[in-house]
Design a protein around this ligand. Sequence first.
Ligand code: NAD
Length: 397
Amino acid sequence: ARRNVLITGCSSGIGLALAVKMAKDEQKRFKVYATMRNLAKKEPLEEAAGHRLGKTLEIKQLDVCDEQSIKACVNSIPDRRIDVLGNNDSKFIFMEVFACCCLPFCAVSNAGMGLIGPIECQTIEEMKTVMDTNFFGLVRLLKEILPDMKRRKSGHIVIISSVMGIQVSNAGMGLIGPIECQTIEEMKTVMDTNFFGLVRLLKEILPDMKRRKSGHIVIISSVMGIQGILFNDVYAASKFAVEGFCESLAIQALKFKLQLSLIEPGPVVTEFERKVFEDGMKMDLSAADEETAEMFTNIYLKNYKQIFQSLGQSAEDVAEHTVKIILAENPPFRHQTNTLYTPMTTLKYADPNGDLPIDIFYKMVFQHDKIFSASLNFIKLLRWRSRKSFDLGKPSQ
Ligand code: NAD
């Protein structure tokens, strides 16, 4: 039976690679609805799809920040069914780019509000109010007090979090740099794309899937949905948001026989990486103190390219992993695509206090600059030796 697949963000990178890989499936198991925000950017996808265009691949407009555009796209699919044959084993696949932010410091931030209930019955506005209070409330506070604490080199920020927020994230655009130099509006755009983009799509599609008691939601998250990284605070936050949301939803989904899978790549060499780096290079750092600006420019940006060269996967690699997950008989809830990165994310689970990964990252970045460079070279060697490193068992046919 042919499975219909909806993929967002297909004008470049992982979305494009996955759409093409699935459209070219020799057994013709998929009908791909490859969507993008701006159809003027469809040429590279058309070129890569070749004669599959109009056959196993159709291009549609979809902006994850626009509810009307999501509705129009889903309504344009016959019977809103992604399953062309009307059988019950169709799969929906959403490819999202989400950013997460894990703040490696805390303030006494306790103000918060809750929201429970099925997401179908909550408006995006209500959800945004929760995000504005619980997340941006903290960020606003930090933007105000962090520069003083840094100046004084003293301070302890304590955040009243929740066990529900421990290990979740996912996102579609990136943002790097000191938070003192980012506006709340810029941060909200990342959250709106990476987190609310996914929520909007799910609100539209979940009721159909529940009715059919069939569907598989695959989300491109990130290792930064598990672990925050220096100067990626807001991106990591958006990925954590995605992961928390999906972890909560997965329990309910099970009752409806729906599957959720989070794909968690490490660094991937795409437009994303290039654009984030360029924006970082152009960033106005005048709002940051000298030490922070220096740290961002001379440590973070200086090593950025090297990290992608050493650890980076290609979009095609990530697409290959994703297809394996889609075809797996029992797809896992989480799948990391880069085994070279796994030792880092494992640190998170090794210490419930959360200090271990923070200490290790600190030492790598600030105390062992040379060791850090040497380990990147070692990783290059390992990478060369272990290209074929994953096996998810026998995929279903
Ligand atoms: P990319 O920039 O090539 O692709 C992102 C796509 O999302 C683009 O086509 C962009 O146009 C689209 N997009 C942005 N806003 C949108 C909107 N409002 N509506 C619809 N589409 C929108 O980058 P990529 O590396 O292929 O990223 C794909 C996903 O992978 C992202 O979720 C990203 O967070 C995740 N990821 C990337 C990396 C990496 O290092 N590149 C690592 C881990 C996870």
